[in-house]
Design a protein around this ligand. Structure first.
Ligand SMILES: [Zn+2]
Length: 588
């Protein structure tokens, strides 16, 4: 009996208030809505404004179309996530993606018309629809990166068989991997999923950690040339789409623009991470080697626990701990988080074929979000639970915004989730075994490394990889560059062996969302800054935090932070985050 057997599964039959999602009916309904919407096309002349009431009517219709489309897409993704090997779920997802791309194509004339309006026509309309102000302003910010309607339509259609098909192929190939744990006693060598194998990266036994990484590296290493080709295809697609056709100055600045962050803000983040991460985490890794009694820390050891973490938590207890941790911060914070299990929207059981990792999906404002994780019963899993429920709180707090503005942009998207983890850490420090305190500090530092240092170096790798693919680099050459990047990130603090050269092909974000990963470094350094404020201000900080979260994605990250008295996001700001992380390193 596995500890995860008692963990809940979500109930997709409760997807809509009236029961399971009626896909056919919703699709038919959507068809009516967007066909109606398309009839307004003749009223929109290029470069010509319209009356404010018509403008606001169109925005309302557009919102309703997006609402139903998101629910459909969300439903299909959840059905696929709970069993990626289910062919019905696979084809439902492909079908819905096709339908949604068609809808996008049918309604894009509005957005193109809006982007094409001269300033004197757009200004008054913008003023007449303050609820949609940020979304409308953001759209116009992409004016010079938008193509003509027929071109945009071709891209949408071709993405289905191009980028999206490649990503599905990557998912199917990698979700099918079975890792044989040859480092375990013979009677335990049953094939593991990636998540099942990853548990051993954190084993207290050095040879198990090494064994697990070797199995991982060998499976991905063998697949490296193939997965590397998929990666090359996606990088080329990004280059042609974002740089050549849409004329973003660089591959990365396309992402920055989507994140509504200035190129200099991101450059500052990565500059500081590149300089500080090897130093701060290097100091930590050297201390960790000493405490583990190792002459030097091997790459296999970076997530080693200080002592055996044999304790496991039944799922109910895990949930209770997270609830109490949130409640110590704020009752509303805890109440909102608990809506997820109460609504049967938490899927924590673990089995082959289920999507790995964890996520929180919220499709429309006010909807109770859906959380997926693969619960293994260890303390680490409690942090994952706190993380995903933190996301859910964020989205529920932002429920008052329209569908275009309730999701926060990537850089702020991890604010509530990582803050939730820190609340749980605080609870462990306060009510846990004092002997565990050092081990807990080490595990926070492990996570800080994984989120800030590792992801920043991932982002630095991506910058180089995107450039090199344009120059014709092979997967083998990219693997060499990756190994160099790793060794710069670790400095002289960690012994690295060459088998990690293919690790990059195992990072889904590189495929699905180029340059996504720096948002993790951004988010955690920001949260460490917020945490320091909470420590200094106590309860007075609570409304401030909630006001940041309640803004959702209704303004730029810098404006949201400035409204709470934070920023500007320059080198000093990031250095402050590193100082807070450094303060966790135990004094010796
Ligand atoms: Zn997250």
């Amino acid at each position: 009996m596995d500890i995860s057997d008692d963990a809940p599964r979500w109930d997709l039959n409760g997807f809509s208030p009236s029961g399971p999602m009626n896909v056919e009916e919703t699709l038919a309904n959507l068809e009516v809505k967007f066909t109606q919407f398309a009839t307004f096309r003749s009223l929109l002349s290029p470069g010509q404004g319209i009356e404010a009431p018509l403008f606001s009517d169109l925005l309302g219709r557009l919102e309703e179309i997006h609402r139903q489309a998101r629910l459909l897409g969300g439903y299909a993704s959840l059905a696929f996530a709970q069993d990626t090997s289910d062919q019905k779920a696979q084809s439902l997802l492909a079908k819905i993606e096709g339908a949604l791309a068609r809808i996008d194509n049918e309604i894009m004339f509005f957005s193109l018309w809006w982007k094409g309006l001269p300033e004197d026509q757009a200004g008054p309309l913008l003023g007449s629809a303050p609820d949609y102000g940020y979304m409308l302003t953001r759209e116009r910010a992409f004016r010079e990166h938008t193509l003509t309607e027929p071109e945009e339509k071709i891209i949408n259609i071709k993405d289905l068989t191009g980028r999206e098909a490649l990503n599905r192929l990557y998912e199917t190939i990698t979700n099918g991997y079975a890792f044989i744990p040859d480092f375990l006693p013979p009677d335990q060598r049953v094939p593991l999923t990636r998540d099942g194998l990853a548990v051993h990266f954190r084993s207290h036994l050095p040879e198990r950690r090494e064994g697990a990484y070797k199995v991982f590296n060998s499976v991905y290493g063998q697949a490296g040339p193939i997965l590397g080709q998929i990666y090359q295809g996606l990088v080329q697609d990004w280059h042609y789409g974002e740089v050549v056709l849409r004329r973003h100055p660089t591959a990365q600045s396309a992402r920055n623009k989507h994140n509504d962050l200035g190129d200099e803000t991101v450059a500052s983040l990565l500059r500081v991470c590149r300089a500080k991460a090897p130093e701060v985490f290097g100091r930590y890794f050297k201390l960790k080697a000493k405490r583990l009694g190792l002459p030097a820390l091997r790459r296999y050891d970076i997530y080693a626990p200080l002592k055996e973490d044999a304790k496991t938590y039944p799922f109910d207890e895990a949930l209770r701990e997270v609830e109490l941790a949130f409640r110590a911060f704020d009752d509303e914070f805890a109440d909102l988080a608990m809506k997820i299990p109460q609504a049967h929207r938490l899927h924590a059981a673990k089995y082959p074929g289920k999507q790995g990792g964890a996520f929180c999906a919220s499709h429309v404002p006010g909807e109770v979000p859906w959380v997926l994780m693969n619960y293994g019963g260890h303390r680490h899993d409690l942090f994952t639970l706190a993380h995903e429920l933190g996301h859910a709180v964020h989205s529920l707090l932002a429920a008052d915004h329209n569908i275009f503005e309730f999701h926060s942009a990537l850089p702020m998207a991890e604010t509530a989730s990582t803050f939730g983890e820190m609340l749980l850490a605080k609870r462990f420090r306060e009510v846990g075994d004092p002997e565990d305190a050092e081990a807990l500090a080490f595990s926070l530092l492990d996570d800080a490394y994984a989120t800030v240092g590792r992801q920043a170096f991932f982002a630095l790798f991506e910058v180089e990889a995107h450039r090199l693919v344009q120059e014709g680099a092979t997967p083998d050459e990219l693997a060499e560059v990756y190994l160099k990047n790793l060794s710069e990130g670790f400095g002289d603090a960690v012994d690295l062996d060459g088998s990690f050269r293919w690790e990059w092909v195992s990072v889904p974000h590189f495929y699905q969302a180029p340059f996504y990963v720096y948002a993790y470094s951004f988010g955690l350094l920001l949260v460490y800054g917020l945490w320091n404020l909470y420590q200094a201000e106590g309860q007075a900080f609570v409304p401030k935090m909630k006001s940041i979260l309640a803004k959702g994605g209704s303004d730029s990250p810098e404006a949201i932070l400035a409204a709470a008295g934070l920023g500007p996001l320059n080198d000093d700001f990031w250095l402050g985050g590193f100082a807070a992380i450094e303060s966790l390193i135990p004094k010796v």
